[in-house]
Design a protein around this ligand. Structure first.
Ligand SMILES: Nc1nc2c(ncn2[C@@H]2O[C@H](COP(=O)(O)OP(=O)(O)O)[C@@H](O)[C@H]2O)c(=O)[nH]1
Ligand SMILES: [Mg+2]
Length: 637
């Protein structure tokens, strides 16, 4: 693998010498377009590698335009830099886009950088000192507070070595990005290389990409295949986290590609049309923000138009921050914790930015405390975010893998957070086919209450039924909850004694099935026949004939009596009354207790019945695993 890259973005007012400094440091002019050469001005992002011998990292510059018309391009360039080369011309000092670019860097949470006081050849030592003081005051209390301020001249070369030394030091301080493990790269350039085809380029934000991989281009959901990879102008089989990477793609046309799209592992990212976020309005924003105001939202390398819905108060005043929902006019790609910028239309001004929380939120009722509490969870620890993700998905339980996709965090981290919630009793962990699933404990409790209520309704409506089939109960719970959750709900309700397992299904404790009035008397007559018969009951058809009952009705009643355990059908020809069966069973068990085994003829003697009934009793006890057969005898199981 290549050395780790340190992506350094330039920033600062137009004509302050950004491109000239990059050229003086690297020997390469970042302005390559004919139009840029002609106008002497950066229009597109320029990417230039700085080769520092004996340096363990590879510095890559992203040179951005300074012109106010191209701030959009600057934001795309700055969206994922590791550090900034912040430029202030010594002769002019802090200017309009110096401020705007600085605001953008802060809103994007860039954390490292150095300050170059350019065109030092045009300033005398006194002015250089004044500018240094001015710049230091400007960055006080920000991420650049302790950054060195280095006078440099692209013309004389003075200070270039100091800049390089400062870049090395800053590069060492850049922390390696956290990796979700899933490939994701916002596209910042699309171009064609003669003989190589269509190429997209960007900085890999997570995961790895290999030649031959299938990738997805979002939000358009185009499928493509990686034909070739270049890192630092050399062919590679693989690129990954933090690297400037160019991909040559199969199966897509250049006309389908643009800056702002994101290339990712297929299925990793779902395009976003609405997102919840914390929005900060800059203190120097020209006016307050109201709900339904239209803004330009910059996220990743993309820009989309969005309406703001303010969720906490009516208005967002300059300098304040608030939870908000953005409703996008066209979809984009964003993930939990991504930073964004908002700009107004005319005049084009950067007015704020913030952090993305939920990329698939519901439409919220404004000022709703429950909704706000839910969103705030995304601001807390990863555990909080996992808890919220589970709550949003409920009653559908989630695996750690699914949550890791939704949150753009590594599976291991998400799994650990979910386990903690389970250990604390906030979530319930359930075994499932491939991977355990998680569900909020409160939702499991709710489903239990619902199951119990449904069972009560069922027996109130069907008092004649002895049991409720589990499938009927499951049909009353939300389908998304799925098998694992239902099993747990059942276990818990049975465990707590709220439901009981009976022959055939589930019942309520103390529930006795009742016959409908018209059947009650007949049922009592049928039952009486079998009770009187003791251990030697009649064949069912004989009982039916003796009672002079229509076959249909007799069968129905027999079924009901068996279902509720009044009669025990040992086999198709032998049906005992429950009392007789219990007596027979007790007698066999007592015999076994004394003699350890029992034969059919011993059973005949014990019960004083013929062989047919003795056989039926023993076989039934075997089947119910009370006893088992061992050769000619039956023994305790
Ligand atoms: N005297 C002097 N002029 C410079 C220096 N660096 C850049 N310039 C000039 O300033 C102008 C703008 O420079 P450029 O690098 O295009 O600025 P950018 O818009 O910030 O990229 C050009 O005419 C450069 O020749 C410097 O160190 N000394
Ligand atoms: Mg330039």
């Amino acid at each position: 693998m290549d050395k780790d890259h340190v992506i350094v973005g330039t920033a600062g007012h137009i004509d302050h010498g950004k491109s000239s400094l990059v050229k003086a440091l690297t020997g390469i002019d970042p302005d390559t377009l004919p139009e840029e050469k002609e106008r002497g001005m950066t229009i597109e992002l320029g990417f230039v590698f700085l080769d520092l011998p004996d340096y363990e990292r590879q510095v890559v510059f992203i040179d951005v335009p300074g012109h106010e018309k191209f701030v959009k391009t600057m934001v795309a360039g700055a969206s994922n830099v590791d550090a900034v080369l912040f430029i202030v011309a010594a002769d002019e000092g802090i200017s309009v886009q110096t401020r705007e670019h600085f605001d953008i860097l802060r809103l994007l949470r860039v954390e490292e950088g150095i300050i170059a006081l350019t065109k030092s050849d045009l300033a005398d030592p006194r002015l250089l000192e004044e500018r240094t003081t001015e710049v230091k005051a400007f960055v006080r209390g920000t991420f650049l507070e302790n950054a060195p301020v280095i006078p440099v001249s692209a013309v004389t070369g003075a200070g270039l070595e100091d800049i390089k030394a400062a870049l090395r030091a800053a590069g060492r301080r850049v922390a390696r990005r956290e990796d979700s493990g899933y490939f994701r790269m916002p596209i910042d350039r699309v171009f064609t290389i003669h003989g190589f085809g269509t190429v997209i380029a960007g900085t890999v934000l997570s995961g790895e990409v290999r030649v031959g991989d299938k990738v997805e281009i979002l939000p358009d959901r185009l499928e493509a295949r990686v034909r070739g990879i270049q890192v630092h102008k050399a062919k590679r089989d693989l690129s990954g986290l933090g690297h400037r990477t160019a991909l040559n793609l199969h199966d897509v046309e250049k006309t389908e590609l643009r800056r702002g799209q994101c290339v990712a592992r297929p299925g990793f990212i779902v395009p976003t049309s609405r997102l919840d976020a914390r929005l900060h309005l800059l203190a120097q924003a020209p006016h307050e923000l109201k709900t339904r105001d239209r803004v330009r939202l910059h996220v990743g390398t993309d820009e989309v138009i969005a309406r703001v819905v303010l969720l906490e108060r009516e208005k967002l005043l300059p300098g304040e921050s608030m939870l908000a929902q953005f409703v996008l006019e066209s979809p984009t790609t964003a993930l939990f914790k991504d930073r964004f910028i908002i700009r107004t239309f005319s005049p084009l001004n950067t007015i704020g930015g913030g952090e993305v929380f939920d990329t698939a939120p519901p439409r919220h009722k404004r000022f709703d405390p429950a909704a706000l509490d839910g969103i705030r969870k995304f601001e807390g620890s990863l555990e909080d975010a996992v808890e919220r993700t589970l709550a949003k998905s409920a009653p559908r339980p989630l695996t750690a893998s699914l949550m890791s996709l939704a949150l753009g965090k590594s599976r291991a981290l998400v799994q650990a957070a979910a386990e903690k919630l389970a250990a604390a009793g906030t979530a319930v962990k359930l075994p499932s086919a491939d991977e355990p699933v998680f569900l909020p404990a409160s939702v499991v409790a709710l489903l239990k209450a619902k199951a119990l209520a449904k069972a009560k309704d069922y027996f109130a409506a069907n008092p004649q039924r002895a049991f409720m089939p589990p499938a009927d109960l499951q049909a009353h719970l939300p389908r998304e909850a799925g098998e694992a959750v239902f099993r747990r709900v059942l276990e818990d309700t049975v465990g707590s004694g709220d439901l009981v397992r009976v022959e055939g299904g589930l019942s309520l404790p103390g529930h006795e099935a009742r016959f409908a009035d018209r059947d009650a008397e007949t049922a009592a007559r049928v039952e009486a026949v079998f009770r009187r018969a003791g251990f030697e009951p009649p064949l069912e058809e004989d009982a039916c004939r003796d009672l002079r009952l229509p076959l249909n009705q007799f069968r129905k009643i027999m079924g009901a009596l068996v279902e509720r355990g009044r009669l025990v059908r040992l086999d198709p020809k032998v049906t005992l009354h429950r009392d007789a069966f219990e007596k027979a069973k007790a007698a066999v068990l007592e015999y076994l207790r004394l003699r350890k085994s029992i034969t059919i003829s011993e059973t005949k003697d014990v019960l004083k019945v013929s062989r047919k009934y003795a056989c039926a009793v023993l076989e039934y006890l075997d089947k119910r695993q009370v006893t088992r057969r061992a050769g000619d005898v039956h023994v305790m199981k």
